[in-house]
Ligand binder design. Structure first.
Ligand code: FMN
Length: 205
């Protein structure tokens, strides 16, 4: 069983002989961006610049999707009133949330949140939206914007109390929330990567 190894002609490329400085630089930038991205769980109060967020969204929708159906809907919220309102509901449901160190909001203190929804009946929506989300998070990281997937907020958003906020997202009929993603300028040092299990991916001869 051989793990998928990274063996390059230089420290920055993954080919035995790429023969191109430019190609090495491009690969190095992409690989570095992927490998250094971490989930950020504390943010500055300043919402993400909307022009930057527009680029992040564009990168998201250029992700591959099954038959290019783009079976997703994305809503971005940078309204403090919205974020604080959902937070108040979550705290009422679970007062222990407020005990978390530095707790300011339910979204890991993010000032900007993207809500991603998929059709209730879709064979590829979960996969497609995952690709969309990763494109968004990686493009954001390349611009100095941190992010964190937040599955934990979905039950709150789907609760009876949060109905007015869910309605404000104006999701298409038949869509359900899949994930929320916190975005913002990091207010913490980039964390160390949690351990990965390289034995999960290998060639079969
Ligand atoms: C579908 C999904 C749901 C997640 N939900 C949460 C969450 O509710 N809260 C949280 O702090 N992190 C959440 N995360 C972030 C993971 O904990 C994180 O990606 C993982 O520990 C690896 O760390 P890294 O992103 O820094 O590489 C979620 C990630 C994914 C992909």
């Amino acid at each position: 069983m051989a793990a998928v190894a990274m063996v390059g002609c230089c420290s920055e490329c993954n080919k035995k002989e790429c023969g191109s400085e430019t190609s090495c630089d491009k690969q190095a930038a992409v690989v570095d961006n992927i490998m250094t991205r971490r989930s950020i769980r504390d943010y500055k109060d300043e919402p993400v610049d909307r022009e930057q967020m527009a680029k992040v969204l564009e990168c998201g929708i250029y992700a591959p999707s099954a038959m290019n159906m783009q079976a997703w809907a994305v809503r971005v919220v940078d309204s403090k009133e919205f974020i604080d309102g959902v937070t108040a509901i979550a705290v009422a449901q679970n007062p222990k949330l407020k005990e978390q160190e530095g707790f300011r909001n339910l979204f890991r203190n993010a000032p900007t949140v993207a809500f991603i929804a998929i059709p209730e009946e879709s064979y590829s929506g979960e996969f497609d939206s995952g690709l969309l989300a990763e494109n968004m998070m990686l493009s954001a990281w390349s611009m100095g914007i941190g992010s964190c997937c937040l599955g934990s907020v979905i039950p709150v958003m789907n609760s009876e109390e949060a109905k007015p906020y869910l309605e404000r997202l104006a999701l298409p009929d038949g869509y359900k929330l899949m994930i929320a993603i916190a975005f913002g300028y990091p207010a913490e040092e980039t964390p160390t990567a949690p351990a990965r299990d390289a034995s999960k991916a290998y060639y079969i001869e």
